[in-house]
Design a protein around this ligand. Structure first.
Ligand code: HEC
Length: 479
């Protein structure tokens, strides 16, 4: 008994100074017209997903390094070496898609129930802004891994943004921090992803909930069962909690069953075939139908129409009717837009599968990604290691590193010119481009994995990491 009263005393002490009891009371006893419903869980699920992203994001940022030199290695480290890192990254990865899906469901539910009507215009408008921010999270987060898919996907994405008339090129320059995708770009995307967008989203989400609470839930669209009133607690709280649990279990399941992928580090000189994440696929597919100057239709006009209509919706549609069955145009438009987007995603995948050239290239890229993914984590060899091996001196004179002469020169020639009987020339590695730096380093660890036949040795156990690095640096310079 004594402890209860002690606890009560503390609660009372805090309450006297904060008014926390009244606030809780108001939060939990919010009346819900027409009773609690499963249809209302999406908002809470979104809030939960956002919180999850903040937590997993902060945890990953304890390891992540936002520079072109180290970003990829630090992500590989999180994925392959940090205990629980793969799970953390997997949850963050799938939750980003989940946020977009749940946001669309939330928007669709509000739209169908006509819940943007009756003094809820601002709640709706803020919601649409938040949808744009969520897409911004996807776009900026995609680059952070700095693997091939991230680099080339973002390159295509930013150049599409650059095609928008008038504002396009300046907007692209601001995004890139120059004219090309560099470490400055990565800094900008990182800052946007972890500071600007989360801050804005948190503020808007607070405002969204505040204004929503002020207007009160719209309730069911047919006013008949208006009289039935639940409080937020317990039934709606229960339903919301179940929704959050389902979301969380699904994310953990996906993260464990299908780990978030990570390919080899970005190699700007390669000819990687870029494909956007699913939520930008509809735009990607539309671009194919509008060549040349028509490109402004999918990049600028269509998004402006869609988001313009979304923003203006509560001001244009002033009728009191909320029943979706009595608003056939609204309901049909929603179905058409969603089906259209789905159809475009399907078409994009279908065309990739049935274009032999693309299908083969995409398959090869996928295999390279799996190969890298399965490899155990290898610590990054930093420039200092190369210096220690004396590479800069030989690189400056163009002479082969000593380790090369010793281990490779007999077969590939003292200057990489090759030997007719023993080994092919090693000239022009990058110009064709034939082999990336990553590939060459891997060849020295396992030549058979690259289908290189004898007498090329399968590996070079006598060479140190610095030696290999120096040899590869030198090979890349051969013309
Ligand atoms: C015993 C002879 C021999 C030695 C020693 C040798 N190689 Fe090779 N290497 C070959 C042969 C033969 C091939 C072609 C294999 C094939 O195409 O299946 C080859 C292929 C290669 C390739 C692929 C070339 C291409 O076409 O892309 C690279 C890169 C390479 N070697 C690098 C090296 C390096 C670096 C060393 C030293 C650390 C080395 N090799 C040592 C015989 C040798």
């Amino acid at each position: 008994m004594a402890t209860t009263s002690k606890v009560e005393q503390i609660v009372d002490w805090v309450d006297e100074r904060t008014g926390v009891k009244a606030a809780m009371d108001e939060a939990l006893n919010e009346p819900i017209r027409g009773g609690a419903r499963w249809a209302y869980v999406f908002g809470s699920a979104l809030l939960f997903l956002f919180a999850l992203q903040v937590v997993t994001g902060i945890a990953m940022s304890l390891y992540y390094v936002p520079t072109a030199d180290h970003a990829h290695a630090s992500v590989a480290y999180i994925q392959k070496a940090v205990p629980g890192g793969a799970l953390l990254r997997g949850i963050h990865h799938y939750a980003s898609s989940a946020m977009i899906i749940v946001a669309i469901l939330h928007l669709a539910q509000t739209f169908l129930y006509g819940a943007y009507k009756q003094k809820r215009e601002l709640v709706w408008v803020i919601g649409v802004v938040m949808l744009l921010i969520i897409l911004g999270f996807g776009f900026t987060g995609y680059l952070l891994t700095w693997d091939q898919a991230a680099y080339f996907g973002t390159k295509v994405g930013t150049s599409i943004a650059g095609e928008i008339p008038v504002v396009g090129s300046i907007q692209q320059k601001i995004m890139l921090g120059g004219t090309d995708l560099t470490t400055v770009t990565l800094s900008r995307f990182f800052t946007t992803h972890v500071f600007l967008l989360p801050l804005t989203l948190a503020l808007l989400a607070g405002l969204h909930v505040l204004l929503f609470r002020k207007a009160g839930p719209a309730g069911p669209y047919h006013t008949r069962d208006d009289k039935k009133i639940d409080r937020f607690f317990p039934r709606q709280v229960f339903m919301d909690s179940v929704a959050m649990l389902v979301v969380f279990i699904t994310l953990v399941y996906l993260a464990l069953k299908m780990p978030a992928e990570l390919g080899p580090v970005a190699d700007p000189s390669s000819d990687y075939l870029a494909r956007p994440p699913w939520y930008f696929m509809p735009l990607f597919q539309l671009l194919k139908y509008f060549p040349g100057s028509l490109v402004i239709i999918p990049t600028a006009i269509l998004p402006m129409i869609i988001f313009g209509a979304l923003f203006l919706l509560p001001f244009l549609d002033r009728k009191a009717e909320r029943n979706p069955f009595k608003r056939p145009i609204a309901s049909l438009t929603l179905i058409l837009v969603l089906a259209g987007a789905g159809g475009l995603i399907y078409l994009a995948k279908y065309q990739d599968r049935n274009n032999p050239e693309f299908a083969e290239k995409l398959k090869k890229q996928e295999e390279e990604m799996h190969l890298f993914f399965k490899e155990p984590f290898k610590p990054q060899v930093i420039g200092a290691g190369v210096t220690a091996a004396g590479a800069p001196a030989s690189a400056a004179t163009g002479a082969a590193p000593a380790a090369y002469i010793e281990s490779c020169g007999d077969c590939h020639g003292s200057n990489g010119q090759g030997d007719p009987d023993l080994g092919p020339p090693l000239l022009g590695m990058q110009s064709k481009p034939r082999r990336s730096k990553e590939d060459l380093l891997k060849i020295l660890d396992d030549a058979r994995a690259y289908d290189l036949k004898k007498p090329m040795p399968a590996s070079f156990p006598d060479l140190s990491a610095e030696d290999k690095q120096a040899i590869v640096e030198w090979m890349l310079k051969l013309k």
